[in-house]
Design a binder for this molecule. Structure first.
Ligand code: AMP
Length: 220
Protein backbone atom coordinates (compact mmCIF):
# COMPACT_ATOMS: atom_id res chain seq x y z
CA UNK A 1 0.00 0.00 0.00
CA UNK A 2 1.08 3.53 -0.76
CA UNK A 3 -1.00 6.04 1.18
CA UNK A 4 -0.94 9.79 1.72
CA UNK A 5 -2.19 11.22 5.01
CA UNK A 6 -3.49 14.67 4.20
CA UNK A 7 -4.84 17.25 6.63
CA UNK A 8 -3.98 20.38 8.62
CA UNK A 9 -1.30 20.51 11.32
CA UNK A 10 -2.55 19.07 14.61
CA UNK A 11 -5.24 16.89 13.09
CA UNK A 12 -3.51 13.68 14.22
CA UNK A 13 -1.70 12.51 11.08
CA UNK A 14 1.55 11.84 12.94
CA UNK A 15 -0.06 9.87 15.76
CA UNK A 16 -2.37 7.90 13.50
CA UNK A 17 0.31 7.35 10.84
CA UNK A 18 2.71 5.94 13.44
CA UNK A 19 -0.03 3.66 14.70
CA UNK A 20 -0.94 2.48 11.21
CA UNK A 21 2.67 1.71 10.31
CA UNK A 22 3.25 -0.18 13.53
CA UNK A 23 0.09 -2.22 12.98
CA UNK A 24 0.86 -3.05 9.35
CA UNK A 25 4.65 -3.09 9.30
CA UNK A 26 4.71 -0.22 6.83
CA UNK A 27 7.16 2.68 6.65
CA UNK A 28 6.07 6.17 7.64
CA UNK A 29 7.73 8.86 5.58
CA UNK A 30 7.17 12.11 7.46
CA UNK A 31 8.97 15.04 5.85
CA UNK A 32 8.62 17.17 9.02
CA UNK A 33 10.44 14.48 11.04
CA UNK A 34 13.17 14.17 8.39
CA UNK A 35 13.66 17.95 8.43
CA UNK A 36 13.80 18.09 12.23
CA UNK A 37 16.39 15.27 12.23
CA UNK A 38 18.43 17.20 9.64
CA UNK A 39 18.27 20.28 11.87
CA UNK A 40 19.39 18.34 14.92
CA UNK A 41 22.29 16.86 12.95
CA UNK A 42 23.08 20.36 11.63
CA UNK A 43 23.33 19.15 8.02
CA UNK A 44 23.34 21.58 5.08
CA UNK A 45 19.72 20.63 4.39
CA UNK A 46 18.78 21.20 8.03
CA UNK A 47 20.32 24.68 7.95
CA UNK A 48 18.48 25.57 4.76
CA UNK A 49 15.15 24.40 6.21
CA UNK A 50 15.46 26.13 9.56
CA UNK A 51 14.24 29.62 8.82
CA UNK A 52 11.23 28.45 6.79
CA UNK A 53 10.16 26.06 9.54
CA UNK A 54 10.53 28.60 12.33
CA UNK A 55 8.32 31.04 10.42
CA UNK A 56 5.66 28.36 9.83
CA UNK A 57 6.32 28.56 6.08
CA UNK A 58 6.92 25.72 3.68
CA UNK A 59 10.42 24.56 2.88
CA UNK A 60 11.07 24.93 -0.90
CA UNK A 61 9.70 22.11 -3.03
CA UNK A 62 13.02 21.06 -4.56
CA UNK A 63 14.55 20.39 -1.12
CA UNK A 64 11.55 18.32 -0.06
CA UNK A 65 11.20 16.38 -3.29
CA UNK A 66 14.94 15.54 -3.34
CA UNK A 67 14.70 14.24 0.22
CA UNK A 68 11.65 12.07 -0.53
CA UNK A 69 13.12 10.73 -3.78
CA UNK A 70 16.29 9.66 -1.95
CA UNK A 71 14.26 7.87 0.73
CA UNK A 72 12.00 6.07 -1.71
CA UNK A 73 14.91 4.87 -3.82
CA UNK A 74 16.54 3.34 -0.76
CA UNK A 75 13.43 1.37 0.22
CA UNK A 76 12.34 -2.01 -1.22
CA UNK A 77 9.76 -1.44 -3.98
CA UNK A 78 7.17 -3.63 -2.24
CA UNK A 79 7.40 -1.90 1.17
CA UNK A 80 4.19 -0.22 2.31
CA UNK A 81 4.66 3.55 2.51
CA UNK A 82 2.61 6.11 4.42
CA UNK A 83 3.39 9.74 3.54
CA UNK A 84 2.75 12.14 6.41
CA UNK A 85 3.05 15.86 5.78
CA UNK A 86 3.92 15.29 2.13
CA UNK A 87 2.94 16.34 -0.47
CA UNK A 88 2.00 19.82 0.71
CA UNK A 89 1.88 21.73 -2.60
CA UNK A 90 0.72 20.99 -6.14
CA UNK A 91 4.31 20.82 -7.50
CA UNK A 92 5.14 18.30 -4.75
CA UNK A 93 2.09 16.20 -5.66
CA UNK A 94 3.09 16.18 -9.32
CA UNK A 95 6.69 15.34 -8.44
CA UNK A 96 5.47 12.51 -6.21
CA UNK A 97 3.51 11.01 -9.10
CA UNK A 98 6.76 10.98 -11.11
CA UNK A 99 8.90 9.55 -8.29
CA UNK A 100 6.39 6.78 -7.60
CA UNK A 101 6.37 5.82 -11.24
CA UNK A 102 10.19 5.94 -11.43
CA UNK A 103 10.46 3.60 -8.44
CA UNK A 104 7.78 1.16 -9.64
CA UNK A 105 5.06 2.19 -7.21
CA UNK A 106 1.58 3.63 -7.44
CA UNK A 107 -0.58 5.60 -5.06
CA UNK A 108 -3.47 3.61 -3.55
CA UNK A 109 -5.37 6.30 -1.68
CA UNK A 110 -5.38 9.59 0.19
CA UNK A 111 -6.73 9.63 3.76
CA UNK A 112 -7.97 13.15 4.49
CA UNK A 113 -8.16 14.01 8.20
CA UNK A 114 -10.33 17.01 9.10
CA UNK A 115 -11.04 19.09 12.24
CA UNK A 116 -12.03 22.70 13.02
CA UNK A 117 -9.24 25.28 13.46
CA UNK A 118 -9.96 25.94 17.15
CA UNK A 119 -9.49 22.23 17.90
CA UNK A 120 -6.22 22.20 15.96
CA UNK A 121 -4.81 25.22 17.79
CA UNK A 122 -5.64 23.74 21.20
CA UNK A 123 -4.12 20.38 20.30
CA UNK A 124 -0.95 21.85 18.86
CA UNK A 125 -0.37 24.11 21.85
CA UNK A 126 -0.44 21.05 24.15
CA UNK A 127 1.75 18.90 21.98
CA UNK A 128 5.08 17.57 23.28
CA UNK A 129 7.55 15.47 21.29
CA UNK A 130 10.09 12.82 22.14
CA UNK A 131 12.74 13.42 19.45
CA UNK A 132 14.40 10.00 19.63
CA UNK A 133 11.46 7.63 20.07
CA UNK A 134 9.26 9.78 17.81
CA UNK A 135 6.34 9.58 20.26
CA UNK A 136 4.02 12.53 20.49
CA UNK A 137 2.11 13.37 23.69
CA UNK A 138 -0.45 16.01 24.55
CA UNK A 139 -0.54 17.69 27.96
CA UNK A 140 -4.33 18.04 27.69
CA UNK A 141 -5.40 14.75 26.12
CA UNK A 142 -2.57 12.23 26.24
CA UNK A 143 0.02 13.11 28.90
CA UNK A 144 3.02 10.90 29.67
CA UNK A 145 3.04 9.04 33.03
CA UNK A 146 5.70 11.44 34.32
CA UNK A 147 5.45 15.07 33.29
CA UNK A 148 7.96 16.04 30.59
CA UNK A 149 9.42 12.55 30.15
CA UNK A 150 8.80 9.98 27.40
CA UNK A 151 7.22 6.74 28.70
CA UNK A 152 9.12 4.65 26.16
CA UNK A 153 12.60 6.13 26.04
CA UNK A 154 12.84 8.16 29.27
CA UNK A 155 14.10 11.16 27.24
CA UNK A 156 13.00 14.74 27.96
CA UNK A 157 9.99 15.90 25.92
CA UNK A 158 10.28 19.06 23.83
CA UNK A 159 7.80 21.70 22.71
CA UNK A 160 8.44 22.33 19.02
CA UNK A 161 9.37 25.94 18.36
CA UNK A 162 6.87 26.06 15.47
CA UNK A 163 4.07 24.94 17.81
CA UNK A 164 3.84 28.46 19.29
CA UNK A 165 0.42 30.09 18.77
CA UNK A 166 1.59 32.78 16.27
CA UNK A 167 3.35 30.19 14.12
CA UNK A 168 0.43 27.77 14.37
CA UNK A 169 -1.90 30.35 12.85
CA UNK A 170 0.54 30.90 9.99
CA UNK A 171 0.80 27.13 9.44
CA UNK A 172 -3.00 26.85 9.25
CA UNK A 173 -3.09 29.66 6.66
CA UNK A 174 -0.39 27.93 4.64
CA UNK A 175 -2.38 24.70 4.82
CA UNK A 176 -5.51 26.40 3.45
CA UNK A 177 -3.71 28.21 0.65
CA UNK A 178 -1.06 25.71 -0.48
CA UNK A 179 -2.06 22.24 0.71
CA UNK A 180 -5.87 22.13 0.67
CA UNK A 181 -5.90 22.49 -3.16
CA UNK A 182 -4.46 18.95 -3.25
CA UNK A 183 -7.94 17.67 -2.38
CA UNK A 184 -9.17 18.85 -5.80
CA UNK A 185 -6.01 17.59 -7.45
CA UNK A 186 -6.55 14.03 -6.20
CA UNK A 187 -10.28 14.13 -6.82
CA UNK A 188 -9.62 15.22 -10.41
CA UNK A 189 -7.13 12.35 -10.81
CA UNK A 190 -9.82 9.93 -9.53
CA UNK A 191 -7.56 8.90 -6.65
CA UNK A 192 -9.50 7.21 -3.87
CA UNK A 193 -9.95 9.91 -1.20
CA UNK A 194 -11.28 8.83 2.19
CA UNK A 195 -12.43 11.55 4.60
CA UNK A 196 -11.82 10.85 8.28
CA UNK A 197 -13.33 12.99 11.03
CA UNK A 198 -10.29 13.92 13.14
CA UNK A 199 -12.36 15.80 15.73
CA UNK A 200 -12.85 12.74 17.96
CA UNK A 201 -10.76 10.92 20.53
CA UNK A 202 -7.68 9.12 19.27
CA UNK A 203 -9.15 5.63 19.50
CA UNK A 204 -12.23 6.57 17.45
CA UNK A 205 -10.10 8.20 14.74
CA UNK A 206 -7.80 5.18 14.72
CA UNK A 207 -10.74 2.77 14.32
CA UNK A 208 -12.11 4.75 11.34
CA UNK A 209 -8.69 4.86 9.75
CA UNK A 210 -8.13 1.11 10.19
CA UNK A 211 -11.59 0.33 8.83
CA UNK A 212 -10.87 2.50 5.77
CA UNK A 213 -7.52 0.80 5.22
CA UNK A 214 -9.06 -2.69 5.58
CA UNK A 215 -11.60 -1.76 2.91
CA UNK A 216 -8.84 -0.54 0.60
CA UNK A 217 -6.84 -3.72 1.17
CA UNK A 218 -9.79 -6.01 0.58
CA UNK A 219 -10.24 -4.43 -2.84
CA UNK A 220 -6.65 -5.45 -3.60
P1 AMP B 1 5.17 18.92 10.17
O1 AMP B 1 5.94 18.16 11.18
O2 AMP B 1 4.66 18.02 9.07
O3 AMP B 1 4.08 19.77 10.76
O4 AMP B 1 6.19 19.92 9.45
C1 AMP B 1 6.85 20.95 10.18
C2 AMP B 1 7.40 22.00 9.24
O5 AMP B 1 8.35 21.38 8.34
C3 AMP B 1 6.37 22.64 8.33
O6 AMP B 1 5.70 23.72 8.95
C4 AMP B 1 7.25 23.09 7.15
O7 AMP B 1 7.99 24.23 7.48
C5 AMP B 1 8.23 21.94 7.03
N1 AMP B 1 7.71 20.87 6.12
C6 AMP B 1 7.39 19.59 6.46
N2 AMP B 1 6.96 18.90 5.39
C7 AMP B 1 7.00 19.77 4.34
C8 AMP B 1 6.66 19.68 2.97
N3 AMP B 1 6.17 18.54 2.44
N4 AMP B 1 6.82 20.79 2.20
C9 AMP B 1 7.32 21.92 2.70
N5 AMP B 1 7.64 22.09 3.99
C10 AMP B 1 7.50 21.03 4.82
Amino acid sequence: MVLILLGPPGVGKGTQGAFLCEEKGWTRLATGDLLRAARRDETELGKKAQEFMDAGDLVPDEIIVGMVRERLRSMPADAGVVFDGFPRTLPQARALDGVLEETGRSLDAVLLFEAPDEVLVKRISGRRHAPKSGRVYNVHFDPPAQEGVCDESGEALVHRSDDRPETVRRRLEVYRSSTAPLIDYYEAASTELVRIDGDRDMAAVRDSMLAAVETLESRG
